[in-house]
Design a protein around this ligand. Structure first.
Ligand code: HEC
Length: 113
C-alpha cells in the first residue's frame, strides 16, 4: 500500500468515527424534529409553521436578529410566549444532545441566502 492510500484510509476512519459518535446527522435531525414547523427550506411555510407564525430563516434581517446562544437555548429549553405564558415550541434537550443542537443552529444559519 502506498503512502497516499494509507492517508486516505486514515481520513476515512476518522470521518466514520466522528459520524458514529455524533448521533443522527444534522439534516436528518432537522427533517425529523424541526421541518414540520420551520420547513425543510427554513422558511416556515408549512401548515403548522404558518399557523404559529414562525420566522423565515432565509431572511437576512431575521438571521441578524438571532444570536447563536439564544438559538441554542431556545432549542434546548423551548420557546414560551412572554405575554400569554403559552408554549410556542417545546424543549428538545431530552431528545437531542448539546452537540446536535449546536449543529442544528449552524444548519439554520445556512438557510440565509
Ligand atoms: C411545533 C412547531 C415547532 C417545531 C417542531 C420546532 N419549532 Fe422552533 N420555533 C417554533 C415557534 C412557534 C417559534 C417562535 C417563533 C419564531 O421565533 O419563529 C420557534 C422558534 C425557534 C427559534 C428561534 C428562537 C429565538 O431566539 O427567537 C429557533 C432557533 C428554533 N425555533 C429552532 C428549532 C429547531 C432547531 C427545531 C428542531 C429541533 C425546532 N425549532 C422545532 C416552532 C417549532
Amino acid at each position: 500500500m502506498n503512502t497516499r492510500s494509507k492517508i486516505t484510509l486514515t481520513g476515512l476512519a476518522l470521518l466514520l468515527t466522528s459520524l458514529v459518535s455524533q448521533g443522527a446527522p444534522v439534516a436528518e435531525n432537522w427533517e425529523n424534529h424541526c421541518a414540520k414547523c420551520h420547513g425543510a427550506d427554513g422558511k416556515g411555510q408549512t401548515k403548522i409553521g404558518k399557523k404559529l407564525k414562525v420566522k423565515d430563516y432565509t431572511d437576512a434581517t431575521v438571521q441578524a436578529e438571532l444570536k447563536d446562544d439564544e438559538m441554542i437555548k431556545a432549542t434546548a429549553e423551548g420557546v414560551v410566549d412572554a405575554a400569554s405564558g403559552k408554549e410556542r415550541m417545546k424543549a428538545f434537550k431530552d431528545e437531542l444532545s448539546a452537540d446536535e443542537i449546536k449543529e442544528l443552529v449552524a444548519y439554520i444559519r445556512k438557510f440565509k441566502g
